[in-house]
Design a protein around this ligand. Structure first.
Ligand code: 8YV
Length: 338
């Protein structure tokens, strides 16, 4: 009997005919994921195929699991799911899984797993760092010093976190971790989400626009996907107002990027700190040209420590499933049948 990944010395996990179970990986993932899946399964590297569609047509019936990273390149859509009739599980890297058609997978009894919890603190830390960097203009100050401009005169005074009211859009695990950190900074925190969370120490707004009117800082940490597309639009930015700061560590799709650029250009809001964009890794030149915004290349969870933990969870979900156990972290749309 093959052992699971947590008990060490593990060999291939075999099917009833004695063959290693076959897993498809559409795009390259972390080396530790590839190494471990190579040891436990027959791993198909779809990106190495001359013709991906032909590969899927030829081998699709034998594929029982998919391992995928985030982003558009690892998209697991209806067509791919339907082309894999023996598919049982999609193990996805990242807490956000808007690149996987989980509703369709769920309707076919296919489990989708993501990598929650292990990245909560890392992303919350980054959100606070980005908020402070944006308000206190830390990247701009660093550039100022390097350019020798401090020798001429002091760096201009910056806006502040002091006396701000922060609205959290998306009060899930990461949203709450951000709120907890902000509590320690002595600022007022409120939130908007699909529903009020009983027992929360923070005020709930059922209406996003009403919250945007009452706060001057909006931190976006709601899942991406159809339900949240362009939730932060011209109207919300106007409500946020001229002292308003937008921090987005969720998905670029949640913010209307064109409206945001207009709002930043015209002074509708003060500034923005963005870790995510509509068409990553493409970032609009208009944003790059703005001196009063802080832009990061989607690094919310990107520390060695946390990415290793996420990678391990991708492997452990597949190993758990194919050794007859319940998946460790199934998503809401596909509750585990075990
Ligand atoms: C992922 C993220 O690492 O977890 C998420 O949802 O946004 C990141 O932390 C990213 O999706 C991987 O591409």
């Amino acid at each position: 009997m093959a052992q699971d990944a947590t008990t060490g010395s593990a060999g291939p996990i075999l099917d009833n005919s004695g063959n290693a179970i076959e897993i498809l990986m559409p795009r390259p993932m972390a080396a530790t994921v590839i190494e471990q899946l190579d040891r436990r399964f027959t791993l198909h590297r779809l990106w190495e195929a001359d013709d991906a569609d032909a590969f899927v047509a030829e081998h699709g019936t034998r594929i029982r699991g998919v391992a995928t990273g985030g982003g558009t390149s690892g998209r697991i859509d209806k067509a791919l799911i339907d082309a894999l009739p023996g598919l049982e599980i999609v193990s996805s890297f990242g807490v956000g899984y808007d690149h996987v058609d989980a509703a369709h997978a769920g309707s076919k009894g296919i489990v989708v797993t993501n990598t929650p919890d292990v990245l909560t603190d890392e992303v919350a830390d980054l959100a606070l760092g980005l908020l402070l960097a944006t308000l206190r203009k830390l990247p701009q100050a660093d550039r100022y010093l390097r350019e020798g401009r401090w020798l001429e005169k002091p760096f201009p005074l910056s806006p502040t976190l002091r006396e701000r009211t922060i609205g959290i859009l998306g009060y899930g695990r990461i949203g709450k971790a951000i709120a907890k950190r902000l509590d320690a900074f002595g600022v007022t925190v409120v939130y908007h989400g699909r529903r009020e969370q009983p027992g929360s120490p923070h005020r709930y707004y059922a209406d996003l626009e009403a919250m945007a009117r009452d706060v001057d800082t909006l931190v976006v940490i709601t899942p991406g996907g159809q339900g949240t597309e362009k939730l932060v639009d011209k109207r919300i930015l106007e409500a946020l107002g001229p002292e308003g700061v937008l921090i987005n560590v969720a998905r670029g799709s949640v913010v209307d990027e064109a409206a945001l650029i207009e709002a930043l250009r015209g002074g509708t809001i003060l500034s923005a700190g963005l870790d995510v964009f509509e068409k990553e890794p493409q970032v609009p030149q208009a944003l790059i040209d703005m001196e009063h915004v802080v832009l990061l290349p989607h690094v919310g969870s990107a520390s060695v420590h946390t990415r290793n933990a996420m990678a391990q969870l991708v492997v452990d979900n597949l190993v758990a499933w194919f050794t007859g156990k319940a998946p460790l972290t199934p998503v809401a749309e596909t509750p585990s049948p075990r």
